[in-house]
Write a protein that binds this ligand. Structure first.
Ligand code: ATP
Length: 259
């Protein structure tokens, strides 16, 4: 692999709380190459969000090392190396979709003409061209989530961090968004880190699946997907797909306590 975009070596993170310390990540080592789509799957509280937040420099490891685009996460953040998509779309209800996407560009002082051009481009990328003048409440949940992906793409960062962006949506909408996200990824070549609780979603989207075990979050398995880049939805019925899904399930089961 060429120089990894994200390199984690023995990352630990211990939170100090009023009730004592909480070890959220333990000995996490992982290389993510340029253009990969990496999903993180694991039980609630295993540290998936915490790992993403470390990459985004919103948390800082208490041990080990982590680099993003060959620099510290803090510097990568200053360079606007990533866009971040949260579970809730988090759009301001009083701003139109276009003005929501524009907000970070306004804050960074981009010239007006460039703001408009970028908004137009990212709206097209998420198939929302023509919806810029709508308000969030005029859009379905899936469209709102696409708008929040567009906002994360506004700086044209190489890395897209997504924390369960489709978790609250019904399965049919989710299938559709998964297809669109895959098409977006193929078109843009972004490096994607994606948190999910869904095995089919992880297997459908990813070039690499990171299975995490319960707290303290460790990596239980890393699966490099042999599936082709072109993935129609019915690939989910193929033996190859089911075999990977089985391996993910086994990884989750091995680390899981049921009491
Ligand atoms: N700021 C914090 N202070 C103290 N503990 C924290 C903090 N943030 C997270 N934790 C703890 O660290 C552990 C990992 O949390 P995290 O949110 O990363 O898990 P997760 O795998 O993303 O969970 P979920 O799937 O439920 O979103 C949890 O036990 C959580 O309570």
């Amino acid at each position: 692999m060429k120089t990894p975009v994200i390199k984690a070596e023995n990352v630990d993170l211990v939170f100090q709380t009023g009730d004592g310390s909480v070890q959220a990540l333990s000995d996490v080592s992982l290389d993510v190459g340029r253009g990969e789509f990496v999903s993180f799957i694991g039980p609630s509280g295993c540290g998936k969000t915490t790992f993403l937040r470390c990459v985004a420099a919103l948390e800082h490891p208490t041990g080990g090392s982590l680099s993003v685009n060959g620099m510290s996460p803090d510097n990568a953040r200053k360079e606007r190396s990533y866009g971040y998509v949260f579970q809730a779309a988090g759009l301001y209800p009083w701003r139109t979709i276009a003005r929501n996407i524009r907000l970070p560009l306004e804050i960074m002082g981009y010239p007006k003409a460039e703001q408009a051009a970028r908004v137009q481009k990212v709206l097209e990328l998420v198939d929302l061209a023509g919806f810029g003048n709508k308000f969030p409440w005029q859009l379905s949940g899936g469209m709102q989530q696409r708008a929040s992906i567009a906002r994360a793409l506004a700086f044209d960062a190489d890395i897209l961090l997504m924390d369960e962006p489709f978790g609250a949506l019904d399965e049919i909408v989710r299938d559709h968004l998964n297809e669109q996200l895959l098409a977006l990824w193929a078109r843009t070549g972004k490096t994607c880190l994606f948190v999910t609780h869904s095995i089919p979603e992880a297997v459908y989207l990813s070039t690499k699946i990171v299975v995490m075990s319960p707290r303290p979050g460790r990596i239980a398995d890393v699966i490099d997907s042999p599936l082709p880049k072109e993935r129609p939805l019915d690939i989910r019925d193929t033996p190859e797909f089911l075999e990977i899904a089985h391996r993910v399930r086994e990884g989750l089961r091995a680390g899981h306590a049921y009491d």
